[in-house]
Each structure stands twice: as structure tokens, then as C-alpha cells.
Unconditional design. Structure first.
Length: 563
């Protein structure tokens, strides 16, 4: 005898109703010519939800679920609802693009559930933690050094222990990073404590140690404002948000990865002021500056920058773009991601999930009739070939390539199956760079090099004089070393500058390129160009007292064979 299972039967009825509801939504979408979407298969962005209040969303039977730049994606049950139309018109009046989808009530319910998370956040506008001018002024008056940040964090932690909110400590961490011009914030759980570090002038420095009682609310809040899932702890997540400081919007890129003692947080601080260098401010040696000025003003060809992550390639590329940007040309960039927004330039961002790679971006850009194209990175053979072809067909192409030095660019292009005969026609110049910390002018002191250091400096100076006999250098028997003071947070350094080298595609380099050359062969062929290499450029800066020999040796190998 069969038994009737009421619970199982009810569950089946619910599943049928849900399926019918989704099918009806699909039919209506076809009727109105709109795309259908099922939010049960997608994540919902809290940034998007903040664009329309919960009460307005429920009243209009809609939900915003994705925000990309100024483009808001919205799902509704009916496109003819007057309240839906009013919300769309309001968004467009605020210069937001609105893409409308049709979906079921179940999709809306799933999005509305996340409003509880939005309610827990203090963000006042979509994607922005609003720090008032008065509050920020208080921070800047107080957070002018590592010591003051540490003291303020300790004070805020005592407030947390007393049962008060966590919002202040997050703002202290962010405002402190901006105040002392940190590029990255690292929050790293360890066995007994949580380590907070800032990256200052390219080097990580301890700021404070947090308690677990402080760490967990900080992690939740950072996940929340970054649009991450709070309940996901066993896999990495990426997100973003922005802070406003005295009218300046600073984007924060967030990465969270699981670790042995908890989730590690890294926040990259994309402060537009830190990358607002002009071409003249890059610190390029005089002769190379003249060469670069000529090469980036050419109507076509390729300019390639090389160097590891954090070597300042993006800053240099943006300085090039600012130099060549004018109303008479069209510039398109393909970046991963867009780090800073440049006025008057069409910037696009790689999205591998949507199939928009550097390759696809470059193909699309060429259909837009550009004069100048900037490709964030040449990663594969196909991208290399199209970029080279663009440089040969009347476009000026800026890009980056992974090599250790300028001479390595040509062998690397050959490895990417670029015909050597084509390389010399397309490539204008290859540039390599690194960033050196500059000595603090308040506390640096003069010192004498050791005999080994003296011999190294002398050997390099002899090479410099052969290339540039007209150059007058300070004596090589004295240099400056770092000390440390309150003005430089005890590091002995403040700020950074670049060291550069370059190889031009002249007849000598072109001739050797045809024989599938090594880096050494390229370097020898380029010697008559009399361009200083990075080691020589660095030694000049050491002798001028701009940086220290220890800092230069940290960044490049000074004992490499001298050519």
C-alpha cells in the first residue's frame, strides 16, 4: 500500500510553481523585447542595491543587481510599471545608464534579502564611504606619521573592547594610508595577533597589531563595502569601493584570500595624486628624455615598457598619454584594470569572464579608428601580432612586456613568433625601468664607500664617461646613506624616482635582430647609442645624493657583467 507523503508533494508543487513563474517571466521578456534574467544563478552587488532604496525597489517591483562604472543593471517584473519608469528616468537624470531586464518575483526576493547587509553599512552613496572634510581634517592633523596612526588605532581598539562600533577604526586605517601616501594596506592574521602593514615607497612597513576582536568586524565591513560575500571564507574574493577625501575620490581595490589563521586582506589605494606625474617629472636622464620626446610624438610605431610589477610602468605610460593627448587625436586604452581615469581618453577594462581579453579589446579598438592605442600588457602571441600590425598600419601603440631589461624586448618578441624583419619596422623604442626610494633630505648623511663598493662605483663610472664624456659627476669616494627620522617615519627614505634604460631600433640593432639575437648581442649593438643603462643611471643618482647604494643594490643586480 502506497503512503501519501504530504511534505514531499508540497515541495513538488512549490517547485512547479517556481518553474512556471520563471517560464512566465521568460514569455513576458520576449513579449517586451527585453532580456530575461534569473538572479538565483548570479551574485547581487550591494553597490547596485544602494542606488535604489529598499522601499522604492519593493514598491516598483524591481531590484538593481549590478553596477559597472555609471551603468546600472536592473531586473523588474513589468517594464510598464509607472514607478519603474520613474526610477529609470531619475537614474538617467543623474547621468547613470540603466539596462533593464525582466525576471520573476523570486529573483527580486533574492536581491531584496541583501538589503539587510546594506543597512549594516555606513556608506552614503553607491560604492563610496563618505568622509566629511571636517573629519578628514581631524585625521590629517592627527595621522601624520606611522607613530600617530599606531597610537590612534590602539585608542580605537580600546573602544571596540568597550563594546563600541568598528567603523572608526576602518576609517583610521584608510585615512592613515592616504595621509602618509601608502600604496597598499595589508591585514594579515597570524597565530596570536593580526599584523597591519602599509607599503610605503614600495616597501612594506609594520604599522600596528590588531586583536581578533577587532579583526573580525574589520573583515566583515571591508567585505561588505567591497561587494564580497560575507559567508564565503574558503576561497579568494576580489572587490572594490571608493572613499571621498576633500572632494577627491580614491578607489580602493580589495583582495581577500584564505590563510592558516584567517583571511588575509590587501587593499590597494589608487590615489590619483600619486600617479599625476607629467612626462617632465619622471626624472628621465637628459639625453634619454630627448629621445623619448621624439619617439612618443611619432605618428606610428610601437613604444614598449618593461619591468616587474611595481616598477612604475603604469605611471610612465599615463605620463606618455598625457603628453600626446590633444583634441586632434583619438586615444583608446585596454587595461586590466583601469587604475586611474584620464580625461579625454577612451579607457576600457579587460573582463575575462565576459570574453573581453587584451586580444579582443585590441581588435575592438582598431575598429574605432584610433590614432593611439595603449594595451596594458602583451601576454600572448595573438595580442603581440595584432599590436605589431597596428603599429605598422598607421597607429602609435604603447604597451608593456615582461622582460628584465630593454635589450630583452626583442628576443621576447621573437619568442612570441613575431617575424624579426617586422620587429625592426614596428618597434620604435624599448624602455626598461625600476623605482628607487629617494633619501630623506632631512636626515641623510654623507659616508665613505667600502673598498669593494669603491671598486664597483669606479668601474661603472668609467663606462658612463665613455658614453658621456661631457658629463660631470661628483667624486666617487663619498656618497649618502639613509638614517631615519620622524619626517620619513624612520625609514631614511621619502618618495621614489625612476631609473631607466632604452634600446632604439636603429640600423645596428635592426641588423642584429635578423639573426635571432641574445640579450647580450642586442646590448652590444646598442652601445653606440650612448644611452645609460639602469645600473649607470642609478650610480649617477647615488653620486648626486638622490638615493643610496644599498637601495640601488636592492632594486637591481650591481654585480652583473658590465658591457
Amino acid at each position: 500500500m502506497l503512503q501519501f507523503n504530504e511534505e514531499k508533494q508540497n515541495k513538488r508543487v512549490e517547485e512547479l510553481r517556481a518553474r512556471e513563474e520563471e517560464e512566465l517571466a521568460q514569455i513576458l521578456a520576449q513579449k517586451y523585447g527585453l532580456p530575461y534574467i534569473d538572479l538565483s544563478k548570479l551574485s547581487v552587488s550591494t553597490d547596485a542595491l544602494r542606488m535604489v532604496s529598499e522601499s522604492e525597489s519593493r514598491a516598483a517591483h524591481l531590484a538593481a543587481f549590478k553596477l559597472i562604472g555609471k551603468e546600472l543593471h536592473i531586473v523588474a517584473t513589468s517594464p510598464t510599471n509607472e514607478k519603474v519608469i520613474a526610477i529609470l528616468e531619475d537614474l538617467r537624470a543623474k547621468n547613470y545608464g540603466a539596462i533593464l531586464y525582466l525576471g520573476s518575483k523570486a529573483s527580486l526576493e533574492r536581491a531584496w534579502e541583501r538589503y539587510q547587509e546594506v543597512a549594516d553599512s555606513s556608506r552614503t552613496t553607491a560604492g563610496v564611504i563618505d568622509i566629511s572634510d571636517e573629519e578628514l581634517s581631524k585625521f590629517f592633523d592627527k595621522l601624520d606619521s606611522v607613530a600617530s596612526i599606531k597610537e590612534t588605532i590602539e585608542s580605537e581598539q580600546s573602544q571596540v573592547r568597550a563594546g563600541k562600533g568598528i567603523s572608526n577604526i576602518v576609517e583610521v586605517i584608510l585615512a592613515g594610508a592616504v595621509a602618509i601616501e601608502s600604496s597598499d594596506i595589508h591585514i594579515e592574521p597570524q597565530e596570536e595577533q593580526i599584523r597591519l602593514r602599509y607599503r610605503l615607497d614600495g616597501v612594506l612597513q609594520d604599522i600596528a597589531f590588531l586583536t581578533s576582536n577587532t579583526y573580525h568586524p574589520i573583515l566583515s565591513r571591508i567585505k561588505l563595502v567591497s561587494g564580497m560575500k560575507l559567508n564565503v571564507k574558503e576561497m579568494s574574493q576580489d572587490g572594490r569601493f571608493s572613499i571621498k577625501i576633500k572632494g577627491l575620490e580614491i578607489e580602493i581595490r580589495t583582495s581577500v584570500i584564505p590563510g592558516a589563521y584567517g583571511e588575509s586582506i590587501v587593499m590597494r589605494v589608487l590615489n590619483p595624486k600619486t600617479i599625476a606625474l607629467t612626462f617632465d617629472d619622471l626624472g628621465v636622464e637628459k639625453q634619454l628624455f630627448s629621445i623619448l620626446s621624439r619617439e612618443i610624438e611619432k605618428p606610428n610605431g610601437m613604444v614598449l615598457l618593461t619591468g616587474p610589477t611595481g616598477s612604475g610602468k603604469t605611471t610612465t605610460l599615463y605620463a606618455f598619454l598625457r603628453r600626446v593627448s590633444n583634441t586632434g587625436n583619438k586615444i583608446i586604452t585596454i587595461e586590466d584594470p583601469i587604475e586611474y581615469h584620464l580625461e579625454g581618453i577612451n579607457q576600457t577594462q579587460v573582463d575575462d569572464k565576459q570574453g573581453y581579453s587584451f586580444l579582443e579589446g585590441l581588435r575592438s579598438a582598431l575598429r574605432q579608428d584610433p590614432d593611439i592605442i595603449m594595451v596594458g600588457e602583451i601576454r600572448d602571441k595573438e595580442t603581440a601580432k595584432i599590436a605589431i600590425n597596428a603599429a605598422l598600419t598607421g597607429h602609435l601603440v604603447f604597451s608593456t612586456l615582461h622582460t628584465n631589461n630593454a635589450a630583452g624586448t626583442i628576443p621576447r618578441l621573437i619568442d612570441l613568433d613575431i617575424n624579426p624583419k617586422v620587429i625592426s619596422s614596428a618597434l620604435n623604442i624599448a624602455i626598461a625601468q625600476r623605482l628607487l626610494r629617494k633619501l630623506c633630505v632631512k636626515c641623510k648623511k654623507e659616508a665613505a664607500p667600502t673598498p669593494e663598493e669603491q671598486a664597483l662605483i669606479t668601474a661603472i663610472v668609467e663606462k658612463i664617461k665613455k658614453k658621456k664624456p661631457e658629463l660631470t659627476l661628483p667624486s666617487g669616494n663619498r656618497y649618502y646613506v639613509e638614517v631615519g627620522c620622524p619626517d620619513c617615519n624612520g625609514t631614511g627614505f621619502h618618495g621614489r624616482e625612476g631609473i631607466f634604460e632604452a634600446v632604439l631600433s636603429d640600423p645596428a640593432v635592426t641588423k642584429v635582430t635578423l639573426g635571432n639575437p641574445s640579450e647580450r648581442e642586442i646590448k652590444i649593438a646598442a652601445l653606440p647609442q650612448h644611452i645609460l643603462n639602469m645600473r649607470e643611471d642609478g650610480i649617477v643618482k647615488v653620486l648626486e645624493g638622490s638615493t643610496s647604494l644599498s637601495e640601488l643594490s636592492r632594486v637591481i643586480d650591481l654585480n652583473e657583467e658590465i658591457i
